[in-house]
Ligand binder design. Structure first.
Ligand code: BYC
Length: 329
């Protein structure tokens, strides 16, 4: 179904590919089928460019907005070692944003336009970051399980077709692997700690589970972009496949810690090898990704303030001829 390199020049193109040169399109798809990377200067269909900008830009926004829920715990981290590790993690996430904005810029959209689309609410970013990190245990659950979900997604897509995105993902995955260890250590510490610590991490897990199930995107039945993205090897696994991979790797580890997941139907079907679960609440998912989650307004307000407060730096950098001002002292 996917990755078919041959396009019949006489066949009618799908509407999203209308107007494309069929010969160039066939060459492009043949390169992808051979596993070659597409680079910024190469010919690509408009829809490939549009889809990549959409996906990489959303990913970049997710990193810089994703720094906020955990970032609020830096000042309240329990102990110096945890504080140092959390500062480093949050800094990494913002760095991932930088890498991804640079990758998206190679496709022709300026960083300023991307940031404007974020703070105006036009662009999306990951659903999970619209929920509050109420306790220290929330930051532990994010670092372990959101980063785990991100690694499942990014490890697969780093083998994809667009060179700059794949190279950014390679570097990001290496750093995320540390975040995952940090998050796991943090959750294990709480889950094996006092009754209060245990209750705190259980409560955080119970609240974060539904957003984590949403994190991989709508079910394959209703995912509108998967087919074309998999055909062009931008996405290397479907949303449901990634959700399954995540469940397979992490549910046993969560259960090993004696923690309870808030889904009575969650179990592995040993015949199919697939996890069964209660259908996530997709209405809530849609509300949250379209701007009406518990923290959407707050998250965008923080980014807006950061933009306004940092505007003078941007303006200063845009005037390369300006004389260097000698400090008074
Ligand atoms: N959240 O057709 P579909 C991190 C939207 S950050 C929000 O399946 P697609 C971290 C989707 O955009 C890492 N929106 O889409 C950072 C589309 O809407 P539009 C975050 C979502 O693209 C800091 C519509 O639903 N990872 O790890 O084929 C601290 C239909 O969906 C979501 C990435 O960004 C969602 N979860 O597949 C800690 C990965 N899911 O655009 C950790 C990169 C779907 O038509 N992105 N939508 O208006 C992807 O891999 C893919 O875009 C997705 C969705 C798998 C997420």
């Amino acid at each position: 179904m996917y990755g078919n390199a041959y396009i019949d020049p006489n066949a009618k193109l799908p509407s999203i590919l209308e107007g494309e040169d069929p010969v160039k399109l066939a060459e492009f798809e043949a390169r992808i089928a051979r596993g070659e990377k597409i680079e910024p200067q190469d010919w690509m269909p408009k829809e490939y460019r549009r889809q990549l900008v959409r996906m990489i830009e959303q990913h970049a926004h997710s990193e810089i907005i994703g720094a906020l829920p955990e970032g609020t715990w830096i000042t309240r981290a329990p102990g110096f070692r945890r504080k140092l590790a959390l500062i480093a993690k949050v800094q990494d996430e913002v760095g991932h944003g930088q890498l991804l904005y640079s990758a998206a810029e190679t496709l022709g959209k300026s960083r300023e336009d991307m940031i404007n689309d974020l703070i105006s609410g036009k662009s999306k970013y990951s659903n999970v970051f619209n929920y509050p990190a109420k306790t220290w245990a929330d930051s532990a659950v994010i670092a372990w399980l959101i980063d785990a979900g991100a690694i499942v997604n990014q490890l697969a897509n780093s083998k994809g077709s667009y060179g700059p995105y794949c190279r950014a993902l390679d570097r990001i995955c290496a750093e995320e692997a540390f975040h995952l260890k940090y998050g796991h250590d943090n959750v294990v510490f709480l889950a094996t700690g006092t009754d209060v610590q245990r209750a705190m991490v259980q409560d955080a897990l119970t609240r974060w589970w539904p957003p984590i199930m949403h994190f991989f995107g709508p079910s394959d039945r209703s995912s509108k972009h998967t087919e074309i993205l998999m055909r062009w090897k931008v996405k290397m696994a479907s949303n449901d496949d990634m959700r399954q991979q995540f469940l397979n790797m992490y549910v046993p580890k969560i259960w090993d810690l004696g923690l309870v997941l808030p889904d009575p139907n969650l179990k592995k079907n040993n015949e199919t090898g697939l996890w069964e679960y209660t259908e996530p609440d997709w209405d809530e998912f849609k509300r949250v990704i379209n701007g009406d989650g518990p923290c959407n307004a707050e998250r965008l307000a923080v980014r807006r303030t950061a933009e306004e407060n940092g505007r003078w730096v941007v303006n200063a950098l845009r005037k390369p001829d300006e004389k260097y001002v000698t400090p008074l002292a």
